[in-house]
Ligand binder design. Structure first.
Ligand code: SAM
Ligand code: SF4
Length: 538
C-alpha cells in the first residue's frame, strides 16, 4: 500500500475543510489522520486523488527549517533515502525536521507553465521549499518541451549543469518531466544515467510517489493517468490562474509531435471545472485562462449527459463572481464556430482577443499539414470575428519553410499576414520532429531559405502589428497590473483585455485594475499614464 506524506503547513488559512473523511472515501484513502483547518477541500481531494489513490494519507504539519543535505554518496542510479522516513506513519503529527528544496525550469508552452505550477503546489504539499537556483536545490526538475528541435537542445544544455551538480552532491535528485521526456521515454536513462526520475505530462503526480517511495532505482512514468489540474497548485501570480479543460489532441497535423506526447484528447468534466473555477475566484483569481491543446473542441467526447460545448463552458465560467477576465489557448480555426465568436461579443468577462493559428497561407501547404481548413475558410473565420467583435485582437502561429513550400506558397502566407493585420504572431521555422509525417516528407528546405523567408515574414508581421496598435493611442483602456515594467523600474506593467502589454506611469498594486490613457504604441507594447485605479472610480 502506498503512503503519501503531505505537509499542509503552507495552506491558506482562510479556507476550511469540514468533513475530510467523507470527502475522501471515494478516493480510496483508507485513513485520515486529523481534521484540518486552512486547507482547500478541492486541493485536498486533488492531492488525495493523485497521490494516494489506493494508499494511506498522512497529514504532517508545521513549517520546518531548510537545511542542506549532506551524507553518504549513493551510486549513480541510487536515490537518497526515503524522504518520508523522518515522519513515520505512526506519528503523523510529528513535524518534518528538514525541509528539502526544489528548483524547476520550465520550457515551452503555457500548458507547461501550468504543469510547473502544479509541480510547485504538489512539492509544497510534500514539505519542499522552492530554491532560488539549481545549486541550492535537493531536487532539480526540468519540465521539458519537444515541439521544436531548439527546445530539445536548450534543455539538454541545462541538463549538463544538473549533471555537474549531481556529481558534486549525489544525494541530489534530478527529475525530467514533460513532452521531451514523454517522447523519448526510457531512453532518458540510457542517454543521461544521472537522471533519477522521468515522467510524462500525464504522470506529474507520480513524482510525489517516487519521492516517497523506497525505490533505489531510476523510475520512468509514461502512461497517461491524470490531469495535472487535479493537483494542488502554486500560482506565479495570485490573481491569475489556469484552468486546464482538456488534455491531448485528436488532430493529426503532419508536423506536430503533440499527439504523440500528450495523447488523445480527453476533456474534464464541466461540473468539476466550474468548481475549480469557483475555487480560483474564491482564492483571489481575477483572470483565468482556459487551457487545452485544442481548447475549442472541448467536450466532444464527454458522455451525452455531461456534454457541454466550449461556448457553454465559457458562459458558465463568465457567470462566476470574481472572474473578471477569461482567456483561452490554443484554439483551432476549424473549431472556431460562430457560437464561440458570439460569446466574445456577449460575455462581459471574455476578453477581446482570439488566437487563430494560421500555420500557412497556402491551401496546398495547409493540406499537406493536415490542418483541415484552407485559406478561404480561415479568412471567413477572420471576417466573422471582425463582424461580431470589430475591436478584437487577433494573434496567430505561422510556420515558415514547411517541406515543399514554394516561393508562391510563401507569398500566400505573406498576403494573409498583410491582409489580416495580426496584433501579434508567433513565427516558427519548420523543425522536423521525430516520428512525424512531415519529418519524412520530400522537399525539406535548406536552413538559409527558411531564415530568409522568416525575415520577410517578420517585417510584415511587425509592421502590421504596429499599425494595428495605433488604434489604441488616445484611448483609455482597462489594465490589469502585473508588476514593475521590465525595461523601466519607475513604471508599472500590465495587460489590456486585448492581451497587449502596457508600460505606464502610476501607482497601483499587482492584481489591481487601472485605467490607462494610451500615449504610444509599438508592435509589441503600449505605453501611457494611469488615470485612476478602477476601484476609486466605482
Ligand atoms: N494546438 C495549437 C494549434 O493547433 O495551433 C498549437 C500548439 S503547438 C504547441 C504551438 C505551435 O508550435 C503550433 O501552432 C505551430 O505553429 C508550432 N509548431 C508545432 N510543431 C512545429 C514544428 N514541427 N516546427 C515548427 N513549428 C511547430
Ligand atoms: Fe499539434 Fe495543435 Fe495540430 Fe494538435 S491541433 S496536432 S496540438 S498543431
Amino acid at each position: 500500500m502506498a503512503t503519501a506524506l503531505l505537509d499542509f503547513s503552507r495552506c491558506r488559512p482562510r479556507l476550511r475543510l469540514a468533513e475530510p473523511d467523507t470527502h475522501h472515501s471515494s478516493r480510496g484513502i483508507s485513513a485520515v489522520a486529523l481534521t484540518l483547518e486552512g486547507l482547500h477541500a478541492d486541493s485536498l481531494g486533488a492531492v488525495g486523488g493523485s497521490l494516494a489513490r489506493s494508499g494511506v494519507l498522512i497529514f504532517a504539519g508545521y513549517a520546518s527549517e531548510r537545511r542542506s543535505v549532506s551524507g553518504e554518496n549513493p551510486s549513480e542510479h541510487e536515490r537518497p533515502p526515503n524522504r518520508s522516513t523522518s515522519n513515520p506513519p505512526d506519528n503523523p503529527l510529528r513535524s518534518t525536521p528538514m525541509a528539502k528544496s526544489f528548483h524547476v525550469t520550465t520550457f515551452g508552452c503555457q500548458m507547461n507553465v501550468h504543469d510547473s505550477e502544479r509541480m510547485r503546489g504538489m512539492l509544497a504539499s510534500l514539505g519542499y521549499d522552492e530554491a532560488e537556483s539549481r545549486d541550492r536545490a535537493d531536487l532539480i526538475l526540468f519540465n521539458t518541451c519537444s515541439i521544436r528541435e531548439s527546445a530539445d537542445s536548450r534543455f539538454i544544455a541545462h541538463l549538463g549543469e544538473a549533471k555537474r551538480l549531481k556529481s558534486e552532491d549525489p544525494e541530489r535528485v534530478v527529475g525530467v518531466g514533460g513532452c521531451w521526456a514523454q517522447s523519448v521515454k526510457e531512453e532518458v536513462f540510457q542517454r543521461f544515467p544521472f537522471v533519477d526520475v522521468a515522467f510524462g505530462p500525464g504522470q506529474i503526480h507520480k513524482l510525489a510517489e517516487f519521492l516517497n517511495s523506497d525505490s533505489l532505482s531510476a523510475q520512468g512514468y509514461f502512461e497517461f493517468e491524470d490531469f495535472s489540474g487535479h493537483l494542488p497548485t502554486r500560482r506565479e501570480r495570485e490573481f491569475q490562474g489556469w484552468l486546464q479543460i482538456s488534455q491531448g489532441c485528436n488532430c493529426v497535423c503532419s508536423y506536430c509531435i503533440v499527439p504523440s506526447t500528450r495523447g488523445r484528447e480527453v476533456s474534464r468534466d464541466p461540473e468539476e471545472l466550474i468548481l475549480e473555477a469557483e475555487a480560483l475566484a474564491a482564492d483571489g483569481v481575477r483572470e483565468v485562462t482556459l487551457l487545452g491543446q485544442n481548447v475549442n473542441s472541448y467536450g466532444r467526447e464527454l458522455p451525452k449527459d455531461r456534454r457541454i460545448s466550449f461556448a457553454e463552458l465559457l458562459a458558465r465560467v463568465d457567470a462566476i463572481e470574481g472572474i473578471e477576465r477569461i482567456r483561452y489557448t490554443s484554439p483551432h480555426p476549424k473549431d472556431m464556430n460562430e457560437d464561440v465568436i458570439r460569446a466574445h461579443a456577449g460575455l462581459p468577462a471574455l476578453c477581446e482577443q482570439i488566437h487563430l493559428p494560421l500555420q500557412s497561407g497556402s491551401s496546398a501547404v495547409l493540406k499537406r499539414m493536415r490542418r483541415t481548413y484552407n485559406r478561404q475558410r480561415y479568412m471567413d473565420r477572420v471576417a466573422l470575428i471582425r463582424e461580431h467583435v470589430p475591436d478584437c485582437a487577433i494573434t496567430t502561429d505561422i510556420i515558415v519553410g514547411f517541406p515543399g513550400e514554394t516561393e508562391a506558397d510563401f507569398t500566400e502566407t505573406l498576403e494573409v499576414a498583410e491582409e489580416v493585420g495580426y496584433d501579434g504572431a508567433f513565427t516558427f521555422i519548420f523543425s522536423p520532429r521525430r516520428e512525424t509525417e512531415a519529418a519524412a516528407m520530400e522537399g525539406q528546405l535548406p536552413h538559409p531559405v527558411k531564415v530568409e523567408r522568416m525575415e520577410r515574414l517578420l517585417e510584415i508581421v511587425q509592421r502590421r502589428a504596429k499599425e494595428r496598435a495605433q488604434r489604441f493611442v488616445g484611448r483609455t483602456l482597462e489594465v490589469l497590473v502585473e508588476g514593475t515594467s521590465r525595461t523601466d523600474e519607475t513604471k508599472l506593467r500590465g495587460r489590456t483585455r486585448h492581451g497587449k502589454a502596457v508600460n505606464f506611469e502610476g501607482v497601483a498594486a499587482p492584481g489591481e485594475f487601472v485605467e490607462v490613457e494610451i500615449e504610444a504604441a509599438t508592435s509589441q507594447t503600449l505605453s501611457g499614464v494611469s488615470v485612476k485605479p478602477l476601484s476609486q472610480l466605482l
